[in-house]
Design a protein around this ligand. Structure first.
Ligand code: GDP
Ligand code: MG
Length: 162
């Protein structure tokens, strides 16, 4: 089977938008309402000759637990099922407590992480991306999932980690 790449992060950072960008088609459900991901979440794709299965995450019912517990549970499930993790942060907002909850899961897992600084729609946002070096997860890859900026370099880093 192809290696699995999970896209994780707190709600509304642009995970599903990024998945669609990578697929080159609109299959993952993008919503302004945080946490919406429905139906199929695994997609087979290929980059630079490397096939992999992409997992979109989010949208599980918080089920009575708090938002941060839900984010942690979702990240743990996705990370356990994956070979490489794409961790998406909203660079414009910066790292929040909910992002830190995901970071703790990633550190415990020991899995390779590609850090995406999303919503870097223009060069004026590059400094916001650089601020994410503070997460100590390596180089933040500045990306605009919405417009495609930076997505090729980010995918090169993903397939290098496979
Ligand atoms: P998810 O909850 O992490 O899956 O986030 P979504 O993909 O559903 O996106 C949440 C919102 O962020 C939507 O309104 C998207 O259009 C918006 N968004 C996603 N990526 C970008 C980006 O690169 N730039 C900007 N400006 N908005 C984005
Ligand atoms: Mg989503």
């Amino acid at each position: 089977p192809a290696p699995v790449v999970a896209v994780v992060g707190r709600p509304n950072v642009g995970k599903s938008t990024l998945v669609n960008r990578i697929l080159g088609r609109r299959e993952a459900v993008v919503e302004d309402v945080p946490g919406v991901t429905r139906d199929r979440v695994a997609y087979d794709t290929v980059w630079a000759g490397h096939p992999f299965t992409l997992l979109d995450t989010g949208g599980w019912d918080p089920d009575g637990q708090g938002m941060q517990a839900s984010i942690t549970t979702q990240a743990e499930l996705a990370v356990a099922a994956s070979d490489v993790v794409v961790f998406v942060v909203d660079a414009v907002v910066g790292a929040t407590d909910d992002d830190d909850a995901v970071v703790r899961v990633l550190r415990r897992s020991g899995k390779p992480v590609v850090l995406v600084a999303n919503k870097v729609d223009g060069s004026s946002r590059e400094a916001d991306a650089a601020a994410l070096w503070n997460l100590a997860l390596g180089e933040p890859h500045p990306v605009s999932a919405l417009h495609g900026r930076g997505s090729g370099d980010m995918l090169d880093a993903v397939v290098e980690a496979l």
